[in-house]
Write a protein that binds this ligand. Structure first.
Ligand SMILES: [Zn+2]
Length: 137
């Protein structure tokens, strides 16, 4: 079941993905956008512009996501914490479209989501949201 249009997506979900159900002082949590930013920039070595385009965000926004990921991983390295990947209400095991919030880290599913359709975060009402799309495994 091929697709004619290549959608922006999280192509390679983290292997240790799970929903973060409770606070755990011995770990830090990356959201899907932060995981994807690291993968695009440092694993498949896209340029910052290509990385930002792939996620459907501006370069400054991509920089901010990447910076947050760096800070969390640095904290984990310095303080010896586990790194977990979580995605709010986004389920990585299914095809989804959705958004994430830069203000509060919420990520949520929305079948009508698109790069050009902007919504407010349902959690904090921020307009600083990014677009997430992923195809089935
Ligand atoms: Zn929010």
């Amino acid at each position: 079941m091929g697709r004619h249009t290549r959608l922006r997506q999280v192509k390679d979900p983290p292997h240790n993905f799970y929903f973060q159900s409770e606070n755990d002082n011995s770990s830090v949590g990356l959201n899907i956008a932060e995981f994807e930013a690291l993968r695009l920039k440092h694993y498949i070595s896209l340029t910052q512009k290509s990385s930002a385009d792939t996620m459907g965000v501006s370069q400054p926004t991509f920089s901010r996501i990447l910076e947050k990921a760096h800070e969390k991983i640095t904290l984990a390295l310095i303080e010896g914490k586990d790194i977990r990947v979580y995605g709010g209400t986004v389920n990585l095991k299914q095809d989804y479209k959705g958004y994430g919030c830069l203000n509060c880290d919420e990520e949520w599913k929305d079948e009508l989501a698109s790069k050009d359709r902007h919504v407010n975060c349902p959690n904090c009402n921020s307009k600083k949201v990014y677009f997430l799309v992923r195809e089935p495994l």
